[in-house]
Design a protein around this ligand. Structure first.
Ligand SMILES: Cc1cc2nc3c(=O)[nH]c(=O)nc-3n(C[C@H](O)[C@H](O)[C@H](O)COP(=O)(O)OP(=O)(O)OC[C@H]3O[C@@H](n4cnc5c(N)ncnc54)[C@H](O)[C@@H]3O)c2cc1C
Length: 392
């Protein structure tokens, strides 16, 4: 294997920076340049919808590394620099600051929130700037509508209630989702919101919307109800940030299509929310929008670049905190594999497993579970053994 002398990473967030740091830790001595279009040094996004929105943290507390730490690692992070095109023939990333040649490229450009087609004025949440703006708006609002029934919709509804706002959570699928767990937790999540005073309109899409001079919105839902709110927030999912790659020749139908080692083309890899790695068993391209996936894919790619060895596919791990309830999920879930109770008699909280007809555990969910209990349950996924199920 020829060792690259310059690795360029596009996307200065958890995926991109983890790849850069792992390259150094694994002994890569060449040049590492990380390009990021945001004005800040890299930070993590999970606190945006939790500690930042609640007002418990200041932005610095979400930072991943200080400028001094990045200098110490000899990693150049160029903030405010947007990649505009990729030329695979000349191995160059074109940017708003000029061309940047590379030997190896790692793409980690994440996703962009989708604006609501009927409420283009409704704020969404992806960046620190979005979170600070939303925090101020939530504080100033007595009545808030959140449109979107995924994890982020639930977290924002939870933060709105913590600020004492009357809160309406709107969705059209009839069910609340939880990332890769799908709707297997829908009844528990609906109960959790109802117990905390969130009004639910889960089978009633927005049919008309009008902005108010005050910044609020008048909404009509499919069930005929009308709602005047001080703030409507749209959290209806994200789209991979691949517009800069459209002329590159890479396959970017839903994210950057990669093989099961993260290769999108010779010398080009992709990690994190923007990357659609092939499942080694089915060959299907799958994108996972969770932080631990971005970290594990970044580690796998950086390790492969330095040592040439392929790493195992990461197992999805994700979490949330909604109305002070900690929910963790690990593994793979499917609607036909219902959750079964795996809680230990002396455990704290509950642990549920998703098992197949042969009793193999494919995924586990901890609901306020003690870390030790959740760790034990995770081992069941790794071992894919039916024995823990029989203890329930
Ligand atoms: C509010 C919020 C809360 C979340 N909470 C959780 C949680 O509790 N648990 C969990 O597991 N996951 C959570 N996630 C998801 C998690 O944050 C993502 O999975 C993770 O950030 C993905 O990392 P990434 O590096 O792939 O992409 P991103 O973090 O999206 O970073 C991509 C970076 O690339 C930059 N970029 C894009 N295009 C260009 C370009 N052309 N040129 C230069 N730079 C570019 C972007 O501006 C961005 O800085 C949350 C996400 C959000 C938005």
């Amino acid at each position: 294997m020829t060792t690259p002398t310059r690795v360029v990473v596009v996307g200065a967030s958890i995926g991109g920076l983890t790849a850069a740091e792992t390259l150094r830790q694994e002994g890569f001595h060449g040049e590492i340049i990380v390009l990021g279009d945001e004005p800040r040094l890299p930070y993590t996004r999970p606190p945006l919808s939790k500690q930042i929105l609640l007002g418990d943290w200041e932005p610095e507390q979400a930072a991943i590394r200080t400028a001094a730490e990045l200098d110490g690692l000899d990693i150049q992070v160029r903030t405010g620099c947007t990649a505009t095109a990729l030329d695979l023939e000349t191995r160059t990333v074109h940017t708003t600051d000029g061309p940047v040649p590379f030997d190896e490229l790692i793409i980690a450009t994440g996703t962009d929130p989708r604006p609501h087609p009927l409420l283009p004025w409704a704020p969404t949440l992806r960046t620190m700037e979005d979170a600070l703006h939303l925090r101020d708006r939530v504080r100033a609002s007595d009545r808030i509508a959140v449109i979107g029934t995924g994890i982020l919709g639930s977290e924002i509804a939870s933060a709105a209630r913590a600020h004492d706002a009357e809160t309406l959570l709107i969705g059209r699928s009839g069910m609340l989702g939880f990332g890769g767990v799908g709707t297997l937790l829908a009844p528990e999540l609906a109960r959790l919101h109802a117990d905390n005073g969130v009004e639910l309109a889960l089978s009633a899409d927005v049919t008309t919307a009008a902005p108010l001079a005050s910044g609020g919105s008048d909404l009509t839902l499919g069930d005929g109800t009308t709602h005047r709110v001080d703030l409507a927030v749209a959290m209806i999912g994200g789209a991979p940030r691949t517009a800069w790659l459209t002329t590159s020749g890479l396959s970017v139908a839903d994210g950057v299509a990669c093989d099961s080692d993260g290769f999108a083309a010779p010398g080009v890899s992709a990690v994190g929310d923007v990357a659609a790695w092939a499942d080694p068993e089915t060959g299907r391209h799958v994108r996972v929008e969770h932080q631990s996936n971005a970290i594990e894919q970044a580690i796998a790619v950086a390790t492969r670049l330095t040592h040439g060895a392929s790493a195992a596919q990461p197992i999805p791990l994700f979490w949330s905190e909604i109305h002070h309830t900690r929910i963790h999920a690990y593994g793979w879930f499917a609607p036909e594999r219902a959750l079964v109770d795996m809680t230990h008699a002396d455990g704290r909280g509950t642990v549920h497993g998703s098992r197949d007809a042969d009793g193999r555990v494919h995924g586990v969910v901890g609901w306020n579970a003690a870390p030790r209990d959740f760790r034990t349950a995770r081992a069941a996924v790794l071992a894919s053994t039916p024995t823990l199920i029989s203890q329930s």
